[in-house]
Design a protein around this ligand. Structure first.
Ligand SMILES: Nc1nc2c(ncn2[C@@H]2O[C@H](COP(=O)(O)OP(=O)(O)OP(=O)(O)O)[C@@H](O)[C@H]2O)c(=O)[nH]1
Ligand SMILES: [Mg+2]
Length: 428
């Protein structure tokens, strides 16, 4: 969202190192998340300590220092690099009179601002309520307005206000889950599984801002009948994409595949959020091939691969064939591109030649187990002949007295589907 009035809230970001090897990097990223949430970083405070304090996250001296710096900077909000316990936040707020927001809440806010589709909105709201559930307390809880409408009379005997508030939140989560299920179902029905099972699915995955959507648009451009309205949204900001888009890419040789673009990852992505986004990531789980897009011009790219693979594991996406697509090679001095090395490609999503090379690699990976077979399809099965002509790479066709004689490259699944018509397989 653009801020036209330029009245961004200034905040301080702060964190304890507690033996995290990538501490500095996660702090830098916290700064980017702050910017993504339309706020401004006024100061950065770090504490080097092997562990966090159970009561206040920071050590005592640091808490005093934070209060002083905030005062001098004229800042009232501190953003923390980890997810804190509800009591840690309360203790910090009590002793400093400042307000504290942890990394989880910040990420939830960014997602909340970015959510446009009904599915994304529901997913984010569920994750937000789950985050709030253990954190509400009788004073100043977020659902005061809703819960007060029932009035005292509606409360069960002995039920405290806190219990009632929690009950209201749980009910709301249940309600939203039912809604989400209905939306997911509609989307699933629209998905390729119902309409076309023979076209392989390729999923773009990776860190946020790596260039997944730009890569998708590059591949759409490459498509033989490209049209503007099939493009997806790409922008230099964290979490530009929150939902999944699937597009069919038709290649010149009559092969095609479905391509999906989805939400990106970030380190310490809240568990609740990952849970709620599982359905969004379903396309990746169903994919025949994953393209992990990596911003190779960012010095932290190794870290980003690690986070991406850890998150994919968490949502149960394991052991899939993968292309490592090192993007933004144009921004890395001295990096040769486009260049393929095994399963790796160095490329730039905004460079046509790069996209052509990427297509080569996709084809190599995707159609590696395809075989050339000859089929004789009697004219009474004309529909099947049409299906093959439409969906596969045809090597030769001949319309004989007995029927259509087609030689085509088929997947093992297709060969099985049409096995009654297969005449011979080409020699290995
Ligand atoms: N110079 C250069 N810029 C690129 C390249 N690929 C992507 N970008 C830019 O990087 C920014 C992020 O690109 P997106 O495609 O939106 O990234 P994404 O991975 O979809 O990000 P999220 O949807 O936020 O997860 C945009 O400003 C793109 O124009 C590239 O190869 N070279
Ligand atoms: Mg995107």
């Amino acid at each position: 969202m653009e801020d036209l009035n330029n009245t961004k809230e200034r905040v301080i970001i702060a964190g304890v190192s507690h033996l995290q090897p990538d501490f500095d990097y996660t702090m830098e990223e916290l700064g980017s998340l702050v910017v993504a949430n339309n706020m401004e970083v006024a100061d950065v405070i770090k504490q080097n300590a092997d562990s966090v304090s159970g009561a206040t996250y920071f050590g005592k001296g640091k808490v005093t220092e934070i209060a002083e710096i905030a005062n001098a900077d004229d800042v009232t909000t501190i953003i923390l690099n980890d997810e804190l316990t509800p009591s840690q936040i309360r203790n910090l707020e009590k002793s400093t009179k400042l307000s504290f927001m942890d990394r989880t809440e910040l990420i939830l806010q960014v997602f909340s601002n970015r959510a446009h589709t009904k599915q994304a909105k529901l997913q984010v709201e569920i994750a937000k309520l789950q985050y709030q559930l253990p954190r509400i307390h009788p004073s100043g809880n977020p659902l005061d307005q809703q819960s007060s409408s029932g009035g005292l009379a509606n409360r069960g005997a002995g039920e405290t206000k806190l219990e009632m508030d929690r009950r209201v939140i749980r009910k709301r989560i249940d309600y939203l889950r039912t809604q989400l299920k209905a939306v997911d179902k509609t989307i699933d029905v629209q998905s390729r599984r119902r309409t076309n099972t023979t076209v392989p699915l390729v999923s773009l995955v990776g860190y946020t801002n790596a260039g997944k959507s730009t890569t998708m648009n590059g591949l759409l451009n490459f498509n033989k009948d490209d049209s503007e309205d099939r493009k997806v949204f790409e922008k230099d900001m964290l979490f530009a994409t929150l939902d999944t888009s699937v597009r069919k890419i038709d290649l010149e040789d009559n092969t095609s595949f479905l391509l999906s673009d989805t939400v990106g990852f970030v380190s310490k992505l809240p568990h609740n959020l990952i849970e709620s986004f599982k359905t969004t990531l379903k396309e990746a789980a169903d994919a025949d091939l994953l393209i992990q897009v990596i911003d190779v011009s960012d010095e932290h790219w190794r870290n980003m691969i690690e986070v991406t693979e850890k998150t994919l594991n968490e949502v149960g996406v394991k052991g899939k064939p993968m292309i490592y697509a090192f993007n933004k090679a144009d921004l890395k001095p001295g990096q040769q591109f486009p260049m393929i090395e095994g399963d790796n490609i160095y490329y730039s999503a905004i460079d046509k030649e790069s996209i052509a090379k990427l297509v080569d690699l996709i084809k190599l990976k995707l159609f590696a187990n395809y075989e050339e077979v000859t089929l004789m399809i009697p004219y009474k099965n004309q529909k099947i002949a049409e299906e093959i002509l439409r969906n596969t790479q045809i090597i030769s066709k001949d319309f004989t007295n007995d029927g259509s004689l087609l030689t085509a490259k088929l997947s093992p699944e297709q060969i099985n589907n049409y096995k009654g018509f297969v005449q011979e397989k080409a020699p290995e």
